[in-house]
Design a protein around this ligand. Structure first.
Ligand code: IFM
Length: 445
């Protein structure tokens, strides 16, 4: 595997998944606090109230990153920590937390990548319509300006949104994520407002921080038809529209993909949305962040609302999320995005896997051979894409720590560092040492 000596290897996390201190030091309630405290929404009734207690243990966690030789760390800023009501009066204690975190990272030479929105929307804004509200782009612009004012001197890599597909569709269509709404029109309105909010945030950041590197993170997948039957091929095309092009096209072309637009217009899904307005999303970017986990095999299904169903073939290797392990999909995806959208730079902003692991660990190392193999095969796929000309600049493993896996609670462990949620003890997994070795090897070319 050949990676350039300046390749930015790192690990990623997100505020609600690791910080805890959910209502401490003035942090406002977020939609995940509300959702996880609602019966039946999250497995075992788990919440992010304490999570990895990173809010109090950030220094210990940065020391771990340093021990692993990470060059970069991707984290997210919690909107309700900075603005408990979503807009209006800022919360100095919340602002100071990220000041401390940034200072610590820079002190040990780790490049911070900050994501502005990784799903912990202030509940106050959800009460006013959340992502379905046409005011969202301006609310987000206000929050972005506040973050830029306080952190712009030290934070040089900014990601506006993490996986807007999940915000819109898991949150407002499937209802399995906060705020738990099941309404197709609301979901597409939410998606539309994520595009506009992204566009406004980039405008604000460009003006306030002309030297900063700006991007967005999308969760993209390879969509493949189950068979050669033209109906399955058509189904895969629609699935690709939903998963990939509904987000890539606005960001890079300022428009929605025509095929899906026609289908959704026919269903009346887009009522009240002005598709032309999405041109605001196409602000020049410095990089695209891609989160890759798996591929999707798709078949024609006349009984499903949009004519397709995702199927998991028998006997394929899967992770604890029941996601197929398909490393060549990462290579294919990187090549495709490079060919069709040509972002100036690409980062894999998330890739990793959950496997069953004990809650408590004896000793100071946990063997996780499946995760080592998963990472090895995906790094190799990335190296192939790089060799074929993809401007891949860095790679963040998801995740640094075992953490709150949304509706799955603490039952899925993605960390390269094990967390005992009773004692908060951190234990390295073998995959952490593997990453350390890869980083060391790539430093010498
Ligand atoms: O844990 C999530 C993360 O918050 C967003 N991307 C996918 C990860 C694994 O499901």
């Amino acid at each position: 595997m050949n990676f350039p000596t300046d390749f930015l290897w790192g690990a990623a996390t997100a505020s609600y998944q690791i910080e805890g201190a959910a209502l401490e030091d003035g942090r406002g309630e977020c939609i995940w606090t509300r959702f996880s405290h609602t019966d039946g929404k999250v497995k075992h009734g788990h919440t992010g109230d304490v999570a990895c207690d990173h809010y109090h243990r950030y220094a210990e966690d940065v020391a771990l990153m340093q021990q692993l030789g990470l060059r970069a760390y991707r984290f997210s800023i919690s909107w309700p920590r900075l603005l408990p009501e979503g807009t209006g009066a800022p919360n100095q204690a919340g602002i100071d937390f990220y000041n401390r975190l940034l200072d610590k990272l820079l002190e040990v030479g780790i490049t911070p990548f900050g994501t502005l929105y990784h799903w912990d929307l202030p509940q106050r804004l959800e009460d006013r319509g959340g992502w379905t509200s046409a005011d969202m782009p301006e609310w987000f612009a206000e929050y972005t300006a506040l973050a830029a004012k306080h952190y712009g001197d030290r934070l040089k890599h900014w990601i506006t949104l993490n996986e807007p597909w999940c915000t819109a569709f898991l949150g407002y269509y499937f209802g399995i994520h906060a705020p738990g709404i099941r309404d197709e029109r609301a979901a597409f309105r939410a998606a539309h407002h994520t595009h506009l909010a992204h566009g406004r945030a980039i405008q604000v950041l460009r003006e306030m921080l002309p030297q900063a590197q700006l991007g967005i993170t999308l969760n993209l997948a390879v969509e493949q038809p189950l068979t050669d039957d033209p109906r399955d091929q058509q189904a895969a095309q629609i699935a690709d529209g939903f998963q990939n092009r509904w987000f890539l096209d606005p960001v890079f072309k300022g428009q929605y993909p025509a095929d899906l637009l026609a289908l959704l217009r026919e269903r009346g899904t887009l009522e009240g949305i002005d598709p032309e307005a999405v041109r605001l999303a196409a602000q020049p970017l410095d990089f695209l962040g891609i989160n890759y986990y798996t591929r999707q095999i798709v078949r024609h299904d006349p009984n499903s609302p949009h004519g397709f169903t995702v199927v998991l073939p028998e006997n394929v290797p899967v992770t604890d999320m029941n996601w197929e392990i398909y490393p060549q999909g990462l290579r294919d995806l990187l090549l495709r995005v490079h060919r069709e959208y040509a972002p100036p730079a690409i980062y894999v902003t998330e890739n990793g896997a959950a496997f069953p692991e004990p809650e408590h660990v004896e000793g100071d190392l946990l063997d996780d051979p499946q995760r080592v193999a998963y990472l090895q095969s995906h790094f190799a796929a990335a190296a192939e894409a790089l060799a074929q000309g993809v401007p891949l600049k860095g790679y963040f493993v998801w995740s640094l720590l075992d953490n709150f896996e949304w509706a799955e609670g603490y039952t899925k462990r993605f960390g390269i560092v094990h967390v005992d949620f009773t004692t908060q003890k951190r234990t390295l997994k073998r995959s952490a040492l593997y990453l350390k070795q890869v980083i060391q090897d790539s430093a010498v070319g």
